[in-house]
Design a protein around this ligand. Structure first.
Ligand code: ADP
Ligand code: MG
Length: 235
């Protein structure tokens, strides 16, 4: 099933008199249940592209479909609801809430976005804590965790609403190399476990080994698409 479809997507940022063309015509289709990476140097347009797919911003030109819905036509309120229902986000800086425990951070989207009853919440959170290997740290606060542990919590938080799609922008940029590999590995495991589509962006070509499909970006365009047969699955 096609989850994401982009047609001739262009994005210009305008600062005063200056127009910065960040995306210059992107066409792509991504099927459900895939593990995808966008890789390319800083400034190549990865974040801009992820923001459009994540319904956080609108293209200047072209069409963006997510789950078959043309998201570029949505107003702010509807796209916020759409994100809450379908998309999980993982950030470079983890973005955990410092005054909430590990457990409460994972619980947060279930209360704020989906209003799931208590018993069901507990079950989901405990299940995810176990899957990301953070059960023992459940009552700790973000400041008491290592970077890798924080990102594990962020992965659990992104998955707790059972989104169809998880977007991770430079999720390993603040992690050392070993930890970066482990976090990407965890995301790949979670993708298999939940059949959630994961898309991550990175400027570090060394950590893309797990990706099933690799899109290389340069100067606002996709210049190369590589299928990694070792990791790829028929679909
Ligand atoms: P990447 O994530 O690959 O580093 P970005 O999508 O952040 O690339 O940036 C692509 C281009 O758009 C760059 O030239 C960047 O300077 C520019 N850009 C990104 N965000 C903005 C913004 N909010 N305003 C103006 N220019 C921007
Ligand atoms: Mg970026």
């Amino acid at each position: 099933m096609e989850l994401i479809h982009l047609e001739n997507v262009k994005k210009d940022y305008v600062i005063g008199e200056v127009k910065v063309p960040a995306l210059k015509g992107i066409n792509l289709s991504i099927n459900a249940g895939r593990f995808i990476s966008f890789v390319g140097p800083s400034g190549s347009g990865k974040t801009t592209l992820l923001n459009l797919i994540g319904c956080l911003d609108k293209p200047t030109e072209g069409k963006v479909f997510v789950t078959g819905v043309e998201v570029n036509k949505m107003d702010r309120k509807i796209s916020a609801k759409f994100r809450g229902d379908h998309i999980g986000f993982i950030f470079q800086n983890f973005n955990l809430i410092p005054v909430l425990t590990v457990y409460e951070n994972i619980e947060y989207p279930l209360i704020m976005v989906q209003n799931i009853p208590l018993e069901k919440r507990k079950q989901k959170i405990n299940d995810l804590l176990a899957k990301v290997g953070m059960t023992q740290q459940r009552n700790k606060y973000p400041a008491q965790l290592s970077g890798g542990q924080k990102q594990r919590v962020a992965v659990a938080r992104a998955l707790v609403t059972e989104p169809k799609l998880v977007l991770a922008d430079e999720p390993t940029a603040n992690l050392d190399h070993d930890t970066a590999y482990k976090v990407i590995g965890l995301m790949h495991e979670m993708k298999k476990e939940f059949n959630t589509t994961f898309i991550f962006a990175t400027h570090d070509s060394k950590i893309v080994g797990e990706a099933e499909v690799l899109y290389t970006m340069e100067d606002g365009l996709i210049i190369k698409v590589q299928e990694n047969k070792r990791n790829g699955e028929a679909n």
